[in-house]
Design a protein around this ligand. Structure first.
Ligand SMILES: C[S@@+](CC[C@H](N)C(=O)[O-])C[C@H]1O[C@@H](n2cnc3c(N)ncnc32)[C@H](O)[C@@H]1O
Length: 271
C-alpha cells in the first residue's frame, strides 16, 4: 500500500472538504487503502507524483474518479423503516389532501445506488394505486458519485440488498435477471430522475420540494457545513414540507426546521 505524507494528506483532505463537504481529516488509512491501487494502476509511483494531476484537473475527470473511490455509498432497501412509515402514514395523506396541483415534489439528496428513491416510488405506487395517473410523482435523485448514479439508473440489485423488501413488492416491482440479481421494473425506474448534484453548490432546481431526504450523507460533514446545507434545504422546501435526515445524524444547532420526530423535520407553514 502507498503511504501519503502528512503534508499531502492535509492538503488533500482540505481540498475534498472545501469542494465536497466530506471531512476525511481522521481517515488517513481509508485514503491510502482506497486510492493506492488506483494510483499505481494509473502509472504513478506515489501520492506525491499523483496529486498534482488531481489539482490541475480542469476537465474534472480525475476528480470524478477520486470521488467515486472516496465516497461511502452503503445503502439498502427499507433502510430506517420509520421514515417509510412516516412517508406512508403522514406525508402521503398530507400531500394527497393539500397538494392541489397534484405535483408532489420529492428530492433524494445523496441517493447513492438508488434504493431510497425507488423505495419511495414503490410506496407511492401502492398508496395511490390506480389514482397515480392523476399525479406527477417523479422523484429527483442526486449524488456526486458518477459510479453510484450509473448503477442507480440501471436499478440492478443483489438478493442481499433486497432482504427487507416485502415479498409482494419483489413480485410486483422487480424482475429476476438470474444469478441472484434483480432489476427494478421500468415503470418504477421511469419515475426517478437521476442527476449529478454536489450539495456544496447552490440549489438551482426549477422546483421547490415537499419532501427532501438527505439521509446518512451529513454524517461526513462538519457542523458549519451541515448548518449551511440545512439553510439551503430550508429555502428549497415548500411551506409545510418535510426534511428527513439519518437517525444516526445530528441536526445542526441552528436547524431552521421544526423537529417532528427523531430524524423528521418540518418547515413552518409561513416559514
Ligand atoms: C451512505 S450513502 C447514503 C445513501 C442513502 N441516502 C441512504 O441513506 O441509504 C451517502 C451518499 O452521499 C453522497 N454524497 C456525499 N457527499 C456528497 C455531496 N457533497 N453532494 C452530494 N452527494 C454526496 C455519497 O456519494 C453517497 O452516495
Amino acid at each position: 500500500m502507498l503511504h501519503i505524507s502528512q503534508e499531502d494528506f492535509e492538503k488533500l483532505t482540505t481540498f475534498i472538504k472545501k469542494n465536497y463537504g466530506l471531512d476525511l481529516s481522521e481517515k488517513k488509512v481509508l485514503i491510502e487503502s482506497r486510492l493506492s491501487n488506483y494510483i499505481m494502476d494509473s502509472g504513478y509511483c506515489s501520492f506525491e507524483e499523483y496529486l498534482p494531476t488531481l489539482y490541475n484537473d480542469y476537465m474534472g475527470n480525475e476528480i470524478a474518479n477520486l470521488i467515486n473511490r472516496l465516497t461511502t455509498n452503503y445503502t439498502y432497501f427499507m433502510r430506517e423503516h420509520k421514515h417509510y412509515e412516516h412517508f406512508v402514514n403522514v406525508f402521503l395523506p398530507y400531500a394527497e389532501k393539500n397538494i392541489r396541483n397534484h405535483d408532489i415534489c420529492i428530492w433524494s439528496a445523496g441517493c447513492s445506488f438508488g434504493n431510497e428513491p425507488y423505495n419511495l416510488q414503490m410506496c407511492m405506487d401502492e398508496y395511490f394505486g390506480s389514482k397515480k395517473y392523476g399525479w406527477n410523482l417523479k422523484i429527483l435523485a442526486t449524488d456526486i458519485s458518477y459510479n453510484a448514479l450509473r448503477a442507480a439508473k440501471n436499478g440492478v440489485y443483489t438478493e442481499q440488498s433486497m432482504e427487507r423488501i416485502p415479498a409482494r413488492w419483489r413480485a410486483i416491482y422487480f424482475k429476476s435477471l438470474g444469478s441472484g440479481l434483480y432489476q427494478v421494473n421500468d415503470s418504477i425506474r421511469r419515475q426517478v430522475e437521476f442527476r449529478y448534484h454536489n450539495l456544496m453548490d447552490p440549489i438551482k432546481f426549477k422546483k421547490t420540494f415537499d419532501l427532501i431526504l438527505c439521509r446518512n450523507v451529513m454524517i461526513y460533514f462538519d457542523e458549519e457545513t451541515k448548518s449551511t446545507l440545512c439553510k439551503k434545504f430550508y429555502k428549497a422546501t415548500n411551506p409545510d414540507g418535510y426534511l428527513y435526515i439519518g437517525h444516526a445524524e445530528s441536526a445542526p444547532e441552528d436547524m431552521p426546521y421544526i423537529k417532528q420526530e427523531p430524524a423528521i423535520y418540518r418547515k413552518e407553514a409561513h416559514g
